[in-house]
Design a protein around this ligand. Structure first.
Ligand code: PMP
Length: 458
């Protein structure tokens, strides 16, 4: 089964979610009851500074962050009514853009019926969503567990692997990002996020990302190998073709579970349905979140083979649970989101627009080699690695001033991610590229040549 355009029948899920696709924002400016734009900004900044995260509030203010008030499609409006193309894309959440009308309508309809599960009865939408994911996921990955975020889904996958194998060791990759709860953090790669919290989970080995030769040895007696098809927060690192295939073979040889973390790469982001389709690999556990519910209600999930699920939980069905995981609102959103992904042919659009975006960033890199070291990516997951982290502090705010959001990656602050919604148009890509070019030119004019030592690209 090919997953590039969906070797499954999403069309049959879509019929239930057909609504008129007509809404455009009539009043983009909404001040949430504040008497003017300045008052909304001041109130929000003061709240962040006093009650949310004081140091972060100051950094956001310095970098010129406005207050977001409304969003639709690829556009976010701030408190002044200024429109921004969203090239940060919620770090991969907004595959369908913001507030897709079909997803919003499905959630609104469910809200009137029943928003959260009573937990003592079967939930029809949870069943339908699990079935839709079984159709969609590679091979016989057909049993879904639902959580509320990426990191929770990763925790579930790690627990599943230990319970299914009776082993404890996890193998993960250097510079990985799997989330910030204790287990997911332990298999992640950035020390700055980990050291204040140790000891984290024990029995973890990190291997260089993209190096298949080390896997057979490292995986001996392991419960699982957890890996991203493209490292997102690690700096948009695309491994050599065949890496996941080698990982599959090494897991088969050692009896380890292959956990593919597609929280950021899954559901069309990379110009194919799943990142693991690039190698035609069937994981034992596929982890999803971010775009799964179309950017309207949070959700996370892992999808696994029946043999793995049964090895872990056949006799203990309540040993891993979540109160809110797979709630009816999230499931309604996800079913509608999968229908939109199919009906709007967004996987193909991600591939075409991704090529356009990457070619454009490569042209900027060629024109400003002292500022941009490399442009790389897969589909609409594109990274621009700077020669020095020092440029990022100018480029991101400059892009914002130019009406385009962007962000650096969490483990590699020298890499700026460009991750627009999969609904992005060719014209929007050109506008985004113009903002990148303008920001790079300004950074070069302001800062000249900055020197840095090493590359994030291993
Ligand atoms: N895995 C990957 C690959 C991610 O990119 C992220 C988030 N950037 C996570 C897990 C964690 O997801 P969340 O922030 O929803 O917990």
């Amino acid at each position: 089964m090919t997953h590039e355009s969906g070797g499954f029948d999403l069309g049959r899920w879509s019929a239930a979610f057909a609504v008129e696709d007509s809404s455009q924002p009539t009043t983009p400016l909404d001040l949430y009851g504040a008497h003017d734009a300045r008052a909304l900004y001041d109130e929000t900044y003061e709240n962040y500074k006093s009650f949310v995260n004081p140091p972060l509030a100051r950094v956001m203010k310095l970098s010129g962050s406005p207050v977001e008030v409304r969003a639709l499609g690829s556009t976010i409006w701030d408190h002044n009514g200024k429109a921004y193309l969203d090239f940060a894309g919620g770090y991969g959440v907004f595959t369908l853009g913001h507030s897709h009308p079909r997803v919003v309508a499905a959630v609104r309809e469910q809200l009137e019926r029943m928003s959260l599960s009573g937990k003592t009865m079967f939930s029809p939408l949870l069943g339908r969503l699990a079935r839709a994911l079984a159709d969609l996921a590679p091979g016989d990955c057909s049993i879904s567990f639902f959580a509320n975020s990426g990191t929770e889904a990763v925790e579930g996958a790690l627990k599943l692997a230990r319970a299914a194998t009776g082993r404890t060791k996890f193998v993960a990759t250097t510079n990985a990002y799997h989330g910030k709860t204790v287990g997911a953090l332990a298999v992640s790669g950035r020390d700055a996020y980990k050291t204040p919290f140790g000891p984290l989970l024990g029995d973890i080995v990190h291997v260089p990302y993209g190096d298949a030769a080390v896997l057979p040895d490292a995986l001996r007696d392991a419960a699982a190998f957890i890996v991203e098809p493209v490292q997102g927060e690690g700096g948009i690192i695309v491994p050599p073709l065949g890496y996941l295939r080698a990982a599959r073979a090494a897991c088969d040889a050692s009896g380890a579970i292959l956990i593919v973390d597609e929280v950021q790469t899954g559901l069309g982001r990379c110009g194919m349905l799943f990142g693991c389709d690039r190698d035609g690999v069937v994981p034992d556990v596929l982890v999803l979140a971010k775009g799964l519910s179309g950017g309207v209600v949070p959700i996370g999930a892992f999808v696994t083979r029946p043999s793995v699920w049964n090895a872990a939980y056949a006799k203990q069905p309540l040993v891993h649970t979540s109160t809110f995981g797979g709630n009816p609102l999230a499931c309604a959103a996800a079913l509608a989101a999968l229908a939109v992904l199919h009906d709007e042919d967004l996987v193909a659009n991600a591939r075409a627009r991704g090529e356009q975006l990457l070619a454009g960033v490569r042209a900027i890199a060629a024109d400003y080699p002292s500022v941009v070291r490399e442009a790389r990516g897969l589909g609409l997951l594109v990274g621009m690695e700077l020669q020095s982290e020092g440029y990022a502090g100018t480029i991101v705010p400059e892009m914002l001033r130019g009406g385009v959001t962007a962000a650096w990656t969490l483990n590699a602050q020298r890499v700026i991610r460009l991750e627009p919604p999969l609904v992005v148009t060719a014209e929007e890509i050109e506008r985004g590229l113009a903002a990148v070019r303008g920001a790079v030119a300004t950074a070069f004019a302001k800062l000249g040549v900055l020197v840095e030592t090493s590359s994030t690209h291993t």
